[in-house]
Design a protein around this ligand. Sequence first.
Ligand code: COA
Length: 173
Amino acid sequence: MPDYGVDSMRVQDFTIREAAEGDFDAAYDLTSSLGYPKLDRAAFAATFAEVLQHPEMVLVVAELTDGRVVALASISHRPQLRLAGKIVTLDELVVAGDARGLGVGRTLLDEAKRLAARLDARRLQLETNRARESYKRGFYVKNGFIEADSAVMRIEVAQTSVCDRPSSGRPTS
Ligand SMILES: CC(C)(COP(=O)(O)OP(=O)(O)OC[C@H]1O[C@@H](n2cnc3c(N)ncnc32)[C@H](O)[C@@H]1OP(=O)(O)O)[C@@H](O)C(=O)NCCC(=O)NCCS
């Protein structure tokens, strides 16, 4: 695994550390709890292995003193021309339901901020849904994030074959 210099540190009753292969089950369960369409376990396993090895990704977990992994933050970074520097993206952040409100989420955000500083990045960014409780509670704003006036545009590539597209090229919905 590439060494990103994420320090193992004890904060109250949990430890923040880089993820390892043995965290697969916890990572699958935590990511599944985010409420996206059901994740294929084999496809998730392949992607999990890829993320652990990826030179521009850091997967961080929080572990309680009893060894249970209760949170995950997946962070990636890459150079961006318009910034003339690096962007760091918090791709996934999730804390198990019974471990929320303990400061784990804030500590994981701090870990992403520390990584951004260490990489001398220009920006730290995340995408979230305004319907999420965390957004409504102002969790990110309280932690220093400013909401951008951006639209997220996407194509779900694996679900849209070229043949499915209308001849005009315009989306049907
Ligand atoms: C968003 C999330 C990661 C925050 O993690 P967390 O460990 O609960 O966060 P923290 O404990 O550091 O802070 C949560 C804040 O909400 C408050 N809070 C109170 N009760 C809470 C509860 N039952 N659950 C969550 N937060 C609670 C905390 O006091 C804290 O507020 P403060 O900063 O004013 O003190 C977590 O709630 C989560 O996984 N949510 C579901 C998935 C999600 O929304 N992920 C983000 C998608 S981008």
